[in-house]
Design a protein around this ligand. Structure first.
Ligand code: ADP
Length: 471
């Protein structure tokens, strides 16, 4: 099968979160299973661009409303990632350092999508599946079906994977001219609550919709930032497929970002060495259990509660643990986390920013990972943590429900709590501190989580069966 993934992120070219990890690995597993999967994404100005060799495969021009722009598509010459990787360049719009966060993101991603469809329309042999990811590629199914210039693409099957339904990319009807001449009877396929909503449009137009865990799929029908009735209406074509993790990147025995490798047999020793490095680096005391948080500092992740949780843990449990936070996001949370350093007694540190290398060392060196998410479509951090013998403390929501079983339940191995509330999180930390003190139980849990299988194997098969269900 020929499959083209369209995404705003793809690790290691550009990654802002889990979307990048998934698109950077799923196509490789699809190829290993004998399918011809490729990725097209915007050409940002990231270091990856200069450190790899590229060939020009297509050059043309098209329009965003009144504006005619040139675009080109380059392909990575030696398929280093294990699949053909195409970057689409639009001079002045896409070639920037960051993936998101610019005032003209609507124009950037509209132009990207138009150019992708324009390029696709020039292919001699069309792919069987166009697999779009999140709202940045959400207008593509509409354009393939309802824009007059792309009639040839009408029968190509489209599938949408939602990595996060909080972000929908909606914009006003004043920008309707951006979309190439389209059948105005189909206005309803673009609209949601009075706006052009790329995510809603993709849900309506795609042949199938998936999201990254079963529980999140169910939750979307009652909690999806305004799209609840749409998910309810379209439930027949929606499926949850859990993300896998890429063991070529996330393997404590081979990880290129850490020095002291380990496996489930020498986990004790291996983690201790990584913990020492981490504690020395951040001036944390080595003897106490180390709790980490890695992620976007936003309400969705419950990051706003971290400063109070840390203070309350010190106050009510005692100074029996270390905290290390890595992340960036909302300014207020960043500031409060930085200020907390003033009360630290070699038991708290933070790194405000994005740091891939540090994240690997943290998974390897920590004892516990905190994930008090309010919303978590799948969550990859808890999967990486478990792979590195770090016990996750998670709120019971979305993919966290599907991947972490509380140690008090049959066959359990993690710590779960019900609410993203300071009291619940602090209580979970209390349970973890007690667990850490019970050496034997703690070590056996570590070994147990390292042996769990969250590889892509099963999930990649589920995607393939879904593609085949179109026949
Ligand atoms: P989301 O996509 O919602 O941000 P996920 O749990 O699906 O959350 O994926 C988060 C990914 O981003 C993980 O690979 C995590 O290690 C990484 N990550 C998040 N924030 C940072 C950061 N500040 N530095 C390094 N890696 C980060």
């Amino acid at each position: 099968m020929d499959i083209l993934h369209v995404s705003a992120e793809c690790y290691p070219v550009a990654k802002a979160g889990g979307l990048g990890d998934v698109v950077g690995s799923l196509p490789r597993f699809q190829r290993e299973k004998g399918h011809n999967a490729a990725v097209v994404m915007p050409m940002y100005r990231t270091p990856y661009l200069d450190s790899h060799q590229w060939e020009l495969v297509h050059k043309s021009s098209t329009n965003l409303g009144q504006w005619t722009f040139d675009y080109s598509v380059i392909k990575e010459q030696s398929d280093t990632q294990g699949f053909p990787l195409y970057l689409l360049d639009i001079n002045g719009l896409l070639d920037r350092e960051k993936v998101y966060g610019y005032d003209d993101d609507t124009e950037r991603f509209c132009a990207f999508q138009i150019a992708v469809v324009h390029w696709l329309n020039s292919w001699q042999q069309l792919p069987e599946i166009v697999h779009v990811h999140d709202h940045h590629a959400g207008l593509i199914p509409f354009m393939m079906q309802h824009c007059y210039a792309f009639k040839r693409l009408q029968e190509v099957r489209t599938i949408l994977t939602i990595h996060n339904a909080q972000y929908q990319g909606a914009f006003g009807w004043d920008k309707t001219i951006y979309i190439p001449h389209w059948d105005s009877w189909k206005r309803g396929m673009l609209e949601w609550e009075g706006q052009i909503n790329p995510l809603a449009s993709a849900i309506k137009c795609c042949w199938k919709v998936t999201t990254v865990s079963n529980t999140y799929m169910n939750e979307l029908r009652t909690m999806s930032n305004g799209l609840e009735p749409l998910f309810d209406y379209e439930k027949g074509k929606c499926t949850g497929i859990l993300n896998g993790i890429d063991y070529a990147v996330w393997d404590p025995q081979e990880d290129k970002y850490i020095q002291d490798h380990f496996n489930s047999v020498n986990v004790q020793n291996g983690k201790a060495k990584n913990k020492k490095l981490l504690c020395d680096k951040f001036r944390l005391s080595i003897d106490k259990p180390l709790f980490i948080f890695i992620g976007r500092l936003v309400g969705e992740k419950g990051a706003d509660l971290l400063p109070q949780v840390i203070k309350d843990s010190f106050r009510y449990i005692g100074r029996k643990m270390n905290f290390l936070v890595l992340g960036s996001g909302e300014l207020e949370t960043e500031t409060r986390l930085k200020r907390l350093t003033s009360i630290a007694e070699e038991d708290y540190a933070s790194y405000i920013g994005y740091n891939e290398t540090l994240s690997h060392l943290m998974y390897a060196g920590a004892d516990f990972l905190l994930m008090p998410s309010r919303v978590e479509p799948c969550g990859l951090n808890q999967l990486y943590a478990m792979r590195y013998g770090t016990i996750p403390l998670v709120r019971r929501t979305g993919g966290l429900i599907d991947t972490v079983i509380d140690m008090g339940d049959p066959d359990g191995y993690g710590i779960s709590f019900n609410h993203t509330a300071v009291g619940d999180i602090t209580h979970a930390i209390y349970r973890a501190v007690r667990l850490h003190a019970e050496n034997e139980t703690f070590s056996s849990l570590r070994q147990k989580i390292m042996a769990l299988d969250f590889s892509w194997n099963m999930s990649a098969d589920q995607y393939l069966s879904l593609y085949k269900s179109f026949d």
